[in-house]
Ligand binder design. Structure first.
Ligand code: GTP
Ligand code: MG
Length: 258
């Protein structure tokens, strides 16, 4: 069919293919979740149900998009790593971001009542998204370490802040009490004033959440004698562990190999 005289408008569409052979990292972040968490009365500083809801959405993302090899989440954000060789949507940035963010948002809404059976969703939550390419595994690891350090700094601060406020201080006084304090000072404060050992708080709060495919032994059936029959299965799992040091990456070297 002959082109119509209007066809030229297509030439205004710009190509946005991302660099080949690089790690594409998609980060989604809850839009105005400060307000959203208040509207839904999330526990402060951490609401475990809200975090688990985010984690389950991330698991669904890995199921839906096989090129995603790893995800790391904290608070209202999640980062998804797409394998280096991925040709998902010809690596077109706007396609990748729009599709995955809308999938994540609708999954969040669908699963809401499972995690909050007694809380009605007050309004539709939304997420923003961006995708960035990292040219080497080492820079990709630095990116993930950056997010986990952020998780630690924010969580430690927020834990102190809310303990002070819950004990009767005004938000302003709590803020002033924490001004200029280092990690060690905050651990001391929690221990001396509230008897809390920071390192024993739940790992999901302190370390954030990792989502990955892993070979696990599963009971697939029972023999006639009643013994469990186990088989290795690839499963998507959620873990709360350190991803800054080498240990995790040595134990899961397949995640970053081609
Ligand atoms: P934008 O992302 O810029 O739209 O703003 P935002 O309000 O979402 O802030 P940001 O993403 O920087 O931070 C996330 C905010 O969500 C936190 O500051 C908290 O206010 C809120 N939030 C996230 N997780 C929890 C939680 O488990 N409990 C509570 N109470 N609040 C949470
Ligand atoms: Mg946000």
């Amino acid at each position: 069919m002959a082109n119509s005289k209007y066809e030229y408008v297509k030439s205004f569409e710009l190509k946005d293919n991302l660099l080949p052979q690089t790690w594409m990292v998609l980060r989604i972040d809850g839009c105005h979740f400060h307000k959203f968490s208040q509207a839904h009365d999330f526990e402060k500083p951490n609401d475990e149900c809200a975090l688990r809801l985010m984690n389950e959405c991330a698991v669904d993302m890995l199921m839906e998009f096989p090129d995603m090899v790893f995800a790391y989440g904290v608070s209202d954000e999640y980062s998804f790593v797409l394998k280096r060789t991925s040709t998902f949507y010809q690596r077109r940035a706007s396609k990748i971001v729009s599709l995955t963010v809308s999938f994540f948002s609708s999954t969040y809404v669908m699963k809401w009542s499972k995690f909050f059976p007694h809380k009605e969703l007050q309004y539709p939550p939304s997420f923003d998204g961006r995708v960035v390419c990292y040219p080497s595994s080492s820079i990709l690891r630095d990116y993930l370490a950056w997010r986990q350090v952020d998780c630690h700094i924010n969580n430690q601060y927020n834990t102190c802040f809310w303990m002070l406020v819950k004990s009767g201080k005004s938000p302003k006084d709590a803020q002033n009490r924490l001004k200029g304090t280092q990690t060690q000072d905050k651990n001391e404060l929690l221990f001396q004033e509230f008897g809390i050992n920071y390192n024993t708080l739940p790992e999901i709060f302190r370390k954030g959440s990792c989502v990955l495919r892993k070979e696990v032994e599963e009971i697939v059936k029972h023999s006639e004698a009643g013994d469990p029959v186990r088989r290795p299965r690839k499963k998507i799992v959620v873990q709360h562990c350190d991803i800054i040091g080498n240990k995790f990456w040595d134990e899961h070297s397949y995640l970053l190999s081609d």
